[in-house]
Design a protein around this ligand. Sequence first.
Ligand SMILES: Nc1ncnc2c1ncn2[C@@H]1O[C@H](COP(=O)(O)OP(=O)(O)OP(=O)(O)O)[C@@H](O)[C@H]1O
Ligand SMILES: [Mg+2]
Length: 331
Amino acid sequence: MGVQSSIAIQASGLIKIFGGDRAVDGLDLTVPAGVVHGFLGPNGAGKTTTIRMLSTLLRPDGGTATVFGHDVVNEADAVRGRISLTGQFVSTDEQLTGVENLVLVARLLGHSWRDARARATELIEAFGLADAADRLVRNYSGGMRRRLDIAASIVATPDLLFLDEPTAGLDPHSRNQVWDIVRALVAADTTVLLTTQYLDEADQLADRITVIAKGRVIAEGTPGELKSSVGVGALNVRLKEPGQRPEAERLLARVLAVPIHLESDPAALSARISDPERVAHALAELTRSGVRLGDFALGQPSLDEVFLALTGHRQDAGTEAAEDGAGADVP
Ligand SMILES: Nc1ncnc2c1ncn2[C@@H]1O[C@H](COP(=O)(O)OP(=O)(O)OP(=O)(O)O)[C@@H](O)[C@H]1O
Ligand SMILES: [Mg+2]
């Protein structure tokens, strides 16, 4: 208790072996209570497998993990009492209506019919599904199914919610709705472990992010820390006169010592930079040489660039799981 209870997840050296292959290979993870923790990695990195071990669905082959201080193997019941899981694949019943699905879950959790009905109605409304409450889930859109799925996982408000790709395949509007739900859950003291293929989602929601590859942690930090670990970002310059671009390109290349990218806008150039101190020199050099600056901006790298730099994979939305190693990228 005490210190333990303020830590939602503590995993140390977790291992899972499938047929001789280490899907999870000595993974350490600490997640304090009350945050959204992003859990990222390329397809096949071991995210779902880790979540299944942490949520007591799969027994680790090595290492230990506790959830709110309870061991996931020896105290699995205590762990289950504190958690809920929204899996990577939708798990509601197609042949029932939205409200029937939630009533069923509430009944399984021991609510009376009356309470189950009340909780189901409350959630249906909170998740913007009131109009579709009495329609069969079979006829729901993907976004509606996702929201219903999350609703089903919080019929009993968990202390820790595992969200495994909760917005996979959703349009921007539906994603925003799910994000609002996640924010509301955290405001109500639920801790969330969030897996996502959308890096802007992790950027928006996660307090900290753990990046894994081949079952191991390869980076961890706040979104800002991860971005600055990859470089300061990009310098974007717009000239007053497009005719001066070749000269600007030459000067920037010399001072920054990196390739200069010519944008489709004929007056614009950009460069990836690693040393922010050179930026001031470069801009001063342009002015000194008579190149007239219209505008310039220094941008942080995107989390996409971080991910690519760390894993060599681009995070593509909606791609199927690929095998490890070369060829896993889908263009
Ligand atoms: N039940 C299983 N039996 C055998 N191998 C499995 C099993 N579950 C997962 N694996 C393998 O373990 C590795 C990790 O899979 P996992 O599903 O944890 O990855 P993931 O990070 O969730 O990937 P994705 O982004 O595609 O969801 C993969 O190589 C996968 O093929
Ligand atoms: Mg997965």
